[in-house]
Design a protein around this ligand. Structure first.
Ligand code: ATP
Ligand code: MG
Length: 374
C-alpha cells in the first residue's frame, strides 16, 4: 500500500499543506523545529487515530486553532480509500470514503504504517510497560483483531481489580471475571509468543546486514507466568501450550492471595520481552550504535513480517534516521533501505545524509510549510 496524497490543516505547526507522494522514497529535509516530525505524526495519526507524542488529541491541533483536519488517499492494489480525521478539543471524528466511521476498528488497519523515531532507541532501557505497548502495537499491526483481546483483558482486569479492592470481595463475581479474563489472557500470551518467534529470524537477518554478520541477535519473551525466559532465534524447547498450561496453573488457587493483596495474580499485564545479542542481554551490553541498529532492524523486521505473514506492504516512517551511525553502518542502512520496496517517508536535517539511489520526491520543510522541490 502507499499514500497517494495527503491534506493537512491546522495540525501542530503545519497550518496547511496539500501533498502528492511518490510510491517509493519521500524525503523531508529542513532545520530543527520546522515541522518534519509533525508531518510524520500526521501520517501516523491517520494510521492509529492518535499521535506518537501526544497524550491528548487536543495537543495535535495547531495552537490557537479550534480544529484540525487530516485526509489521505491510500492506494492498496487497485483500490483507493480516502481516510479523513477531524479533531477538535474534545472529539475525534473519523471518515472512510467520506462516510463517518464510528467504530475505531473499522478505521484502524486501513493505513498500516511502521514508525521509527529516535526515542524508540531507548526501548531496551525503558520500563516494561513501554516495551509491552511497543510489542502489542506490532502484533496489532499484523493482526488487528488482537486489539480486541487486549481491550477485553484490560477492561475486565480493571473491573476485577475494583472488586478486589472492595471491603468484602464478592467471590462469585470474581469467578465470573476469571472465566472471562482467561480466554483473552491465553490469546494474548499465544499472540506474543507467535510474534516474537516470527520476527526473531527477520531481526537477525536485518541486523547482520546493517551492522555486522558476526553478531547473533535473538528475541526473548519474558512471560510473567512462566519460570524461564523463552529465547527465539535458535532452538526453542518451550511450546505455546507449555505457556498456556503454566498460565492456567498460576491462576489456580491464586484467589486467597489476590484477596489478601488486593491485586490480580500474575498474567500478561506483567509480561516483558527483550533482545539478546551474542548471548548477552543487549540492554546491558550493546553499544549506542548497536542499539540504534537493533531498533531499526526491529522495525524493518516488522515490515518483513507483515509482508511474509499477511501479504501487507506497510508504509515506513523514518524520523531523523541518520544520526549516530558510523559511515559504514550508515551506508549499509541505506543499501538496505534501497532494496526495500515499501513507501518510505524519511526526515533529515541534512539532505546529504540521505543516500537513496532513486529518490521519489524531495520536500523542504520550513516553519510549518512543506514545499515540493523535485
Ligand atoms: P527536529 O529536527 O528538531 O526534530 P522537526 O522539524 O522535526 O525538528 P517538529 O517536532 O515537527 O520539528 O516540531 C516543529 C515545531 O512545531 C516545534 O517548534 C514545536 O514546538 C511546534 N509544535 C508542536 N505542537 C504544536 C502545536 N500543537 N501547534 C503549533 N506548533 C506546535
Ligand atoms: Mg523531528
Amino acid at each position: 500500500m502507499f499514500i497517494r496524497s495527503l491534506l493537512i490543516q491546522q495540525f501542530r505547526n503545519i497550518h496547511s499543506a496539500e501533498l502528492e507522494f511518490s510510491p517509493g522514497f519521500n524525503v523531508f529535509y529542513g532545520a530543527n523545529a520546522q515541522g518534519k516530525s509533525n508531518l510524520l505524526e500526521a501520517i501516523y495519526t491517520l494510521s492509529f487515530l492518535k499521535g506518537f507524542r501526544a497524550d491528548k488529541l487536543s495537543e495535535l491541533i495547531e495552537f490557537d486553532a479550534r480544529k484540525s483536519v487530516l485526509s489521505a488517499v491510500v492506494q492498496n492494489g487497485n483500490a483507493a480509500t480516502r481516510l479523513g480525521i477531524e479533531l477538535d478539543a474534545h472529539t475525534r471524528r473519523a471518515f472512510v470514503d467520506g462516510m463517518p466511521c464510528s467504530r475505531a476498528r473499522d478505521f484502524l488497519g486501513i493505513l498500516r504504517s511502521i514508525l521509527f523515531v529516535p526515542m524508540d532507541v531507548g526501548f531496551l532501557q525503558a520500563a516494561p510497560a513501554t516495551r509491552r505497548t511497543m510489542l502489542d502495537r506490532m502484533i496489532f499491526n499484523l493482526k488487528p483483531a488482537y486489539l480486541f483481546d487486549l481491550d477485553q483483558y484490560q477492561k475486565l482486569s480493571k473491573q476485577k481489580s475494583a472488586v478486589l479492592h472492595s471491603e468484602v470481595p464478592d467471590e462469585a463475581l470474581l469467578d465470573v471475571y476469571d472465566a472471562q479474563i482467561q480466554p483473552a489472557a491465553i490469546r494474548i500470551i499465544e499472540a506474543r509468543y507467535d510474534y516474537l518467534q516470527c520476527i526473531a529470524g527477520y531481526i537477525k537477518r536485518v541486523f547482520s546486514a546493517i551492522f555486522d554478520d558476526s553478531f547473533e541477535c535473538m528475541t526473548v519473551y519474558k512471560c510473567a507466568t512462566f519460570r524461564d525466559d523463552i529465547v527465539f532465534g535458535g532452538d526453542t524447547a518451550v511450546s505455546k501450550s507449555d505457556l498456556v498450561n503454566a498460565y492456567l496453573l498460576s491462576q489456580k488457587g491464586a484467589r486467597a492471595k489476590e484477596i489478601a493483596r488486593q491485586q490480580m495474580a500474575l498474567g500478561p499485564h506483567r509480561d516483558d520481552w527483550s533482545i539478546v545479542l551474542n548471548g548477552r542481554q543487549a540492554k546491558y551490553f550493546a553499544s549506542q550504535g548497536q542499539q540504534r541498529s537493533m531498533c531499526l532492524a526491529m522495525k524493518m523486521a516488522e515490515i518483513e513480517c507483515l509482508r511474509q505473514e499477511a501479504d501487507i506492504e506497510p508504509v515506513f516512517l523514518l524520523d531523523d534516521v541518520s544520526s549516530e551511525l558510523d559511515p559504514v553502518r550508515h551506508r549499509r542502512l541505506f543499501e538496505y533501505l534501497n532494496a526495500l520496496t515499501a513507501q518510505t517517508f524519511l526526515t533529515t536535517t541534512a539532505r546529504e545524509h540521505v543516500h537513496i539511489e532513486s529518490v521519489g520526491r524531495i520536500f523542504h520543510v520550513e516553519n510549518g510549510g512543506i514545499e515540493y522541490e523535485c
